[in-house]
Design a binder for this molecule. Structure first.
Ligand code: GDP
Length: 613
């Protein structure tokens, strides 16, 4: 075989030797590894029909093509391996306790509550929080920080348990997908009047796949027709056999609403942990653990709820969380009390980070600020490269004309989601009839009724499609996935407007001037009727902020039921408020609009002028 030569310069041949490159590497990185001139690699790629510059991040496929051409075996280093190597270079071992057996001390179990929708997960978490006598004594306002700890008495001993406050197996599995193991025990909630449902089975399978022991809470036993025995029978088919039937799974009959048998459930968690897990950690070393959730607080900056997994976290420590870093300025517990230190299994709200980390990021305490900053910066650079390599191919409606002109694409792929099938069909019909000339083809890859889901975003990512939401929105995780991956989602509530914009994009005439900037969302927990104000929504702010005098829409089961509303009144307890943040409760009035129900979601936004690119 002949070595490729460019302009008379011979390039090194791999002859089967291995090159290790991280995801999103550039040709310059490649050249460095094999001692070649980057420009020569650019020429090789050019001859292979791909135009890439020397420093741009390229996709796995491009790296593979180049490696094949030059006779190298390519090994793309995974994110995990790369991170381990990075930490090793600072002499840090993440995920293992320092020292030997004697240094390990028992730690409380960390619990996630899972189960089918409406079976009472949220209500149970509320009920458990209320059993926490310590919080009552402190008289503090319980804050939603994403996790909390309660203490229960088992065999005369005070035993703490940590609960993750985001119910459901979705969050659990998303963390797991990112390599973070947060949960020791799962409580599977099954409503006794409803029995085993699809998500019960899903949750059960997720817990099993993670090797997490399950305690079953048979809920709603106060409801007429509740049949706890039937639930036990049903779950036997899935390998969960109750102790009283000779199995090893503990079942506790509870009523989250009436606060019945909550202590017994907590005891079952402790006993299950003692029987099947060896939960110990070294409390003496530098702290390590994971971020459970994080957000930006206007007044206090980046805030993150961290779960300490080993070691003790102290005020003043230098810390790195994913690609953010800082000094522990203050730590708060779920009752708003400040803590000076936090040991294994303790969740704390941390202040002092320079930026907002992501849920599932690991954290480590290091010797000095400089080390924390260096690790964070290296990770940020790596992630930037990796995501650039992925984003390169995404299409947006604005960029469509340019991509078309450059010959990169010749069709516009669409995914249409709407509130009712009639409007989805009408929109699809009108769009495929658009007369936009010969050179462009418009294809509808998928259409459906209901909210935009993660699987829609996955499809859009895989096939460079744009998603159209007609009177429906993207669900929380679908939206963040779309933002992260650069998938363009367009929302419309008027058919002709959707058609006009798509037509304009196809003709390269698109000139949107305003864009919607999302502020936050809140879930209606209670509806109060007032003769003076009409219906007042008692809400819990789920995300972002709710600000008075901003625009709002109302969602019911992921569908838009009212548009163009206004947050006219906003109250915190008895006082008027201008804005209320994530995790807090508030009273909201929507002017003369009164058609609100429990579990509806209020989404607020502002219209801002969009910079033209
Ligand atoms: P999730 O979707 O699993 O989080 O369910 P929720 O906690 O939101 O509960 C769904 C509905 O069931 C709510 O209306 C609760 O008030 C109700 N609920 C929860 N637990 C009980 C219970 O023990 N008894 C009764 N009667 N209703 C309950």
């Amino acid at each position: 075989m002949q070595a490729p030569s460019v302009g008379g310069v011979m390039l090194p041949r791999g002859n089967g030797s291995t090159v290790r490159l991280s995801r999103g590497a550039s040709l310059t990185d490649f050249a460095e590894k094999i001692n070649a001139n980057p420009a020569a690699l650019v020429s090789v790629m050019f001859n292979l029909g791909e135009m890439v510059t020397a420093t741009q991040s390229v996709s796995d496929a491009t790296l593979q093509l180049l490696a094949d051409e030059m006779g190298f075996v390519l090994e793309i280093v995974s994110r995990d391996d790369e991170d381990r190597e990075l930490l090793e270079s600072f002499d840090i071992d993440f995920g293992v306790d320092e020292g030997d057996e004697e240094q390990l001390a028992p730690r409380p179990p960390v619990v996630t509550v899972m189960g089918h929708v409406d079976h009472g997960k949220t209500r149970l978490l509320d009920a458990i929080r209320k059993t926490n006598v310590v919080a009552g004594e402190a008289g503090g306002i319980t804050q939603h920080i994403g996790a909390y700890q309660v203490v229960t008495e088992v065999n005369g001993e005070q035993r703490p348990i940590t609960f993750l406050d985001t119910p459901g197996h979705e969050a659990f599995s998303a963390m797991r997908a990112r390599g973070a193991k947060s949960t020791d025990i799962a409580i599977l909630v099954v409503a006794a009047n409803d029995g085993v449902m699809p998500q019960t089975v899903e949750a059960l399978n997720h817990a099993k796949a993670a090797g997490v022991p399950i305690v079953v809470a048979v809920n709603k036993i106060d409801v007429e027709g509740a049949d706890p025995t039937k639930v036990r029978g049903q779950l036997t088919e899935f390998g969960l056999v109750a102790e009283e039937y000779g199995g090893d799974t503990m079942f506790v009959d509870i009523s989250a609403r009436q606060g019945l048998n909550i202590e017994e459930l907590l005891e079952a968690v402790v006993l299950t942990a003692d029987a099947s897990l060896d939960l110990r950690a070294n409390p003496e070393q530098d702290a390590q653990g994971i971020a459970i959730e994080a957000h930006l607080d206007k007044g206090r900056g980046a805030m993150a709820t961290l779960l300490v997994q080993r070691g003790t976290l102290r005020v003043g420590d230098s810390i790195v969380v994913g690609d953010s870093y800082g000094r522990v300025r203050a730590m708060l517990d779920e009752n708003g009390n400040s803590l000076s230190e936090a040991g294994p299994s303790r969740p704390v709200l941390l202040l002092g980070l320079t930026s907002v980390p992501r849920a599932g990021d690991s954290f480590i305490v290091v010797d000095e600020d400089r080390t924390a900053r260096q690790i964070a910066e290296k990770r940020a650079a790596r992630d930037r490269n990796a995501s650039m390599a992925q984003r390169r191919v995404r299409v947006s409606l604005e960029g469509f004309e340019a991509a078309l002109a450059a010959g990169n694409i010749e069709k516009l792929n669409l995914i249409i989601k709407g509130d009712v099938s009639g409007s989805v069909e009408a929109l699809e019909d009108a769009l495929v009839k658009l007369d936009v000339g010969e050179e462009v083809e418009l294809r509808v890859l998928h259409r459906g009724v209901g909210a935009i889901t993660e699987s829609d975003v996955d499809l859009a990512m895989g096939s460079d499609a744009i998603i159209i939401g007609f009177n429906v929105r993207a669900e929380g995780r679908a939206r963040t996935a779309a933002e992260r991956e650069g998938v363009d989602i367009r929302y419309y509530s008027v058919i002709y407007q959707a058609i006009e914009e798509i037509e304009a994009a196809l003709k390269g005439l698109l000139k949107p001037e305003y864009e919607e900037v999302r502020l936050g969302s809140a879930e209606i927990r209670e509806v109060f009727r007032s003769s003076k104000f009409g219906n007042i929504a008692g809400v819990l702010v789920r995300e972002g902020i709710i600000r008075r005098n901003t625009k709002a829409r109302l969602l019911r089961d992921g569908k838009v039921v009212a548009e163009n509303l206004n947050i006219e009144g906003l109250r915190r307890f008895k006082d008027d408020a201008t804005e209320v943040r994530e995790g807090f409760e508030a009273g909201v009035t929507l002017g003369s609009f009164n058609d609100i129900k429990i579990e509806d979601v209020i989404e607020t936004y502002e219209m801002r002028e969009k910079p033209r690119s």
